[in-house]
Design a protein. Structure first.
Length: 236
């Protein structure tokens, strides 16, 4: 069996390499859209896994950002243009921003060297805050992104808990721990003889919001008690 937790590239490479060895993935994207499975209920073939569809939570992330910094009228949205669902995530962000009365500034990064110029653009264009698209490349660069946001004093809401744990302001998204636990459960069942084609892709139903109070203080933000009462975790 091949397990590919959190890497769409690795899962797609594994699928291209074999049609017989079982593959279990865990992805933040729509696995049908990126070509991992034929459908969620009937994945078919030798591939199955879990999805936490973080890209569909952009509206919730922008809403949390609006609550944390209500005076931010111009918000940046960082997206990886190489991602297969970059256009779809950008469209969702534009729609959500419009509903909140925000102006959205799209900035892009496809390599580690692009982040500095992306943040420079945010500063030049007077963006008051930042949201991120859900992308495995960004997750791997969490410490770098959080450090740049702190350096430029830009409040940011992220798609996963890993970012505020690393010092980011806040996050709203699926529980990556829960998604990986579910993928591990599938791996165990397959090793005991269950065929991947008989295991529907699991969509995680556990979501979490996190606020880092130390970072909020450093940014000069006072978090409303109503927001703190509604989050799942407060990092002090």
């Amino acid at each position: 069996m091949i397990a590919s937790p959190g890497s769409d590239v690795a899962a797609l490479a594994a699928k291209a390499a074999t049609t017989s060895i079982p593959i279990v993935f865990s992805t933040a994207r729509d696995p049908v859209q990126i070509g991992l499975v034929a459908s969620l209920n009937r994945p078919g073939g030798n591939v199955t896994g879990t999805t936490f569809l973080s890209g569909e939570l952009t509206a919730k992330q922008l809403q949390l950002l609006h609550e944390l910094k209500p005076d931010a009228a111009r918000v940046g949205f960082l997206v990886n243009p190489a991602a297969p669902d970059a256009a779809a995530q950008t469209d969702r962000a534009q729609t959500a921003a419009k509903g909140l009365g925000l102006t959205l500034l799209i900035v892009q990064a496809r390599t580690g060297s692009d982040f500095e110029s992306a943040f420079a653009t945010l500063v030049e264009e007077h963006a008051n805050a930042l949201a991120l698209s859900a992308d495995e490349f960004f997750i791997g660069q969490a410490a770098h992104i959080v450090a740049l946001a702190a350096h430029h004093a830009i409040p940011a809401v992220y798609p996963l808990r890993q970012f505020p744990v690393a010092g980011g302001l806040a996050s709203y998204g699926a529980s990556l721990t829960d998604a990986l636990r579910q993928a591990g459960g599938y791996a165990g069942r397959i090793l005991k003889g269950t065929k991947p084609a008989d295991l529907p892709v699991v969509q995680t139903s556990k979501f979490e919001s996190v606020v880092n109070l130390k970072t909020a203080k450093a940014l000069g933000l006072t978090i409303p008690t109503t927001v703190l009462a509604g989050v799942d975790e407060v990092i002090e």
